[in-house]
Write a protein that binds this ligand. Structure first.
Ligand code: AMP
Length: 284
């Protein structure tokens, strides 16, 4: 396994692999791996012949006052995990390698970024799509792998790939959870024991949503009120949003009929945590 910092060396390695007819997979990450990351890497190793994992805490997707400096970093353990999983190349660039002093070109996906997290993290998705466009141009993968855990991110990047005719396949992998339902996240490390317990209410609220939709409730307002009441059980939880939106357009709905994304973002202590589920209300 190669660990590489420069764009040039990544291009050389990938070119050599492609020459041998290998199918190239890319898993973009910010490191501090947990089983969620590993599930994406394992899927890439299964589906591809040459797997690139990028580890880059991308400054342009963090807003002022967010946790860029404090974001967990565990490079040695990440490298070891990649080696164990059968990764071929780890791309771990510096910020200087990825961005010139003054970056003037940005990729912006409209509409899909106006809702949910986009309302609260201004400029976040612009940073995400720009860095992913760069990574796709550098690695030129046949397939890129993303997690459902960051559902809006996956939908936004998928749209960028389609709108800009990027020649790659896009795979979205299921959310990996702890046994108590909490979605694994690098930011769970910020939580105290009590906050970690309280955080299980996030998935409980999403399960309640699914239960209500299965029971035939169609009023978004009714479901959201019930979800909020579950989250209110823990005083440590500050709700950022609870949303039920169309699974394709991410626009709000008064009445739930087809495939919807139920999504929650909360702050618990220093952590901002998100989670979501997809429910097909037509199938109940
Ligand atoms: P991050 O390092 O947080 O930027 O995440 C890198 C990739 O891992 C993204 O595509 C995430 O959606 C995905 N990911 C993060 N947490 C999970 C999880 N619990 N289950 C599945 N995928 C995840």
């Amino acid at each position: 396994m190669e660990v590489i910092e420069t764009i040039e060396a990544v291009r050389e390695n990938v070119k050599a692999a492609r020459k041998k007819g290998k199918k190239i997979g890319l898993v973009p990450t910010m490191g501090a791996f947990h089983r969620g990351h590993i599930s994406l890497i394992e899927r890439a190793v299964k589906d591809c012949d040459f797997v690139v994992v990028s580890i880059f805490v991308n400054p342009t997707q963090f807003g002022h006052g967010e946790d860029f400096e404090k974001y967990p970093r565990d490079f040695d353990a990440d490298i070891e995990a990649c080696r164990k999983a059968g990764v071929d190349l780890v791309f771990a660039p510096s910020t200087e390698q990825m961005y010139t002093a003054e970056n003037l070109t940005w990729v912006n996906v409209e509409k899909l970024t106006d809702t949910l997290c986009g309302q609260f993290r201004l400029g976040h998705f612009r940073g995400v799509t720009t860095v992913c466009a760069k990574l796709f141009n550098i690695v030129q993968p046949d397939i890129a792998f993303f997690g459902r855990k960051d559902a809006q991110q996956a939908i936004v990047i998928k749209r960028m790939v389609a709108d800009l005719n990027m020649p790659l396949k896009f795979v979205i992998c299921p959310t990996v959870r702890d046994t108590d339902g909490l979605a694994l996240s690098s930011r769970n490390q910020y939580l105290t024991e009590q906050q970690r317990k309280d955080a299980t209410l996030i998935y409980k609220s999403l399960q309640e949503c699914e239960k209500m939709l299965k029971a035939g409730v169609t009023s978004t307002k009714e479901v959201i009120t019930q979800m909020r009441s579950i989250l209110y059980q823990a005083p440590s939880i500050n709700i950022e949003y609870v949303g039920i939106v169309d699974a394709e357009t991410l626009q709000s709905l008064d009445h739930i009929t087809g495939r919807v994304l139920a999504a929650v973002a909360v702050r618990i202590g220093p952590a901002r945590l998100i989670d979501n589920i997809l429910v097909d209300a037509a199938k109940q």
